[in-house]
Design a protein around this ligand. Structure first.
Ligand code: AMP
Ligand code: MG
Length: 350
């Protein structure tokens, strides 16, 4: 059902809230990606999320709250750092990991004794939480393994017939999932990079913040601390390769690969930027936006991966987007979508 975020229809949000209260699943927009919501404190409701998404049961959910005080309903202790980060970034794209209260069912936390909590910055999400009177467990509203949904249509593609309702509040603003920071250890640790960067967190806390070594590894040798980060994820159906190096060499390499694919009778797509798109020859060339605007690159990433699926290509070649701000978050998703297939080229190959 359509809902205008600036003029939320009471009947529509009322019906969605009733469904959440009745233990059903409702997909709703947040500022990061669309979430698939259920009552976080009811095991049977949370369990439905795993079934609808086909999600592995050891992959915990993020609990969404609308008031800071609700943190104390799920977290055993609320450390001063949580208050500082909430003041700085909530509502917003930051998830905090805290020690959980016994009331939070294992179905929500994947059996862990910690809980992930976030206050989303989207009027529809906040109104749904308030009206339902529940805390809402919500992972991204995609089928497990598919790119996260940034539009209601993506949710429909993946989950139609499996959930009670989709609230369509239009396209999301940020486009990649929240930053996850673990506050249960001595040093705050980023378990998933996102829009709120390590530098922003360190500035707000006035101390060092580290990144989980498990997500920086080029391979699967080190286990990431966020269970969800270990899965090949965010993936389009085609084989995706990232080509990295100086611009001219990347263009030459991708054109060569696309030419080879064509000779083998395969369809190929290229994920390029506004600056380079004209230089490619392939069945489809999709520009993700300007290299100078990484917020747009982040916002369009998952949609472009889904577009590649619709084009029914079997090979996708993407440029690398190591931009100064959001590059870490963007490349984390792109590398996972590519199953870490990276082709490095240097000037000499041009
Ligand atoms: P999604 O909302 O689909 O992006 O999935 C939630 C992410 O949060 C997954 O990567 C989970 O592994 C992670 N997560 C949720 N709860 C915890 C927790 N208690 N400890 C570590 N990671 C968590
Ligand atoms: Mg997800």
């Amino acid at each position: 059902m359509r809902v205008d975020p600036l003029r939320i229809d009471d009947n529509v949000i009322g019906e969605a809230a009733r469904l959440i209260g009745a233990g059903e699943l409702v997909a709703f927009p947040t500022e990061t990606v669309y979430g698939l919501g259920a009552d976080a404190l009811r095991a049977e409701a949370a369990a439905k999320i795993y079934a609808a998404k086909g999600r592995p049961s050891d992959n915990p959910l993020i609990v969404h709250i609308a008031e800071f005080d609700d943190l104390a309903r799920v977290a055993n202790d609320v450390p001063p750092q949580a208050k500082i980060l909430a003041d700085a970034f909530w509502p917003g794209p930051l998830t905090m990991i805290l020690n959980k209260k016994r009331e939070v069912p294992d179905a929500t936390t994947g059996g862990l004794d910690t809980v992930a909590v976030r206050m989303p910055n989207h009027p529809v999400a906040l109104e749904l939480i308030r009206k339902s009177g529940c805390l809402i467990a919500a992972p991204s509203a995609n089928a497990s393994g598919r790119p996260s949904p940034t539009e209601a249509a993506h949710v429909r593609q993946d989950l139609y017939g499996r959930i009670a309702m989709i609230l369509d509040g239009g396209a999301v603003g940020i486009g990649i999932e929240s930053t996850i920071v673990d506050l249960t250890e001595e040093v705050p640790m980023i378990l998933r990079p996102g829009y709120i960067t390590r530098e922003l967190l360190a500035d707000a806390l006035g101390r060092e913040v580290v990144t989980d070594p498990g997500i920086l590894a080029d391979d699967d040798a080190k286990r990431p601390k966020a269970p969800g980060m270990k899965y090949r994820h965010y993936a389009p159906k085609a084989r995706l390769s990232i080509v990295e190096g100086p611009e001219g060499a990347v263009i030459a390499k991708i054109n060569g690969l696309a030419e080879n694919a064509r000779r083998e009778g395969k369809k190929a797509a290229v994920i390029a930027t506004d600056e380079t798109a004209d230089a490619y020859e392939a069945d489809a060339v999709l520009s993700i936006g300007s290299r100078l605007d990484d917020a747009t690159i982040a916002r369009r990433l998952y949609r472009i991966l889904r577009e590649c699926d619709e084009l029914q290509v079997s090979e996708i070649y993407s440029e690398s987007f190591q931009t100064p701000n959001l590059g870490t978050a963007i490349m984390n998703r792109l590398l996972k979508a590519a199953g870490h297939t990276v082709i490095r080229v240097c000037e000499a190959e041009e």
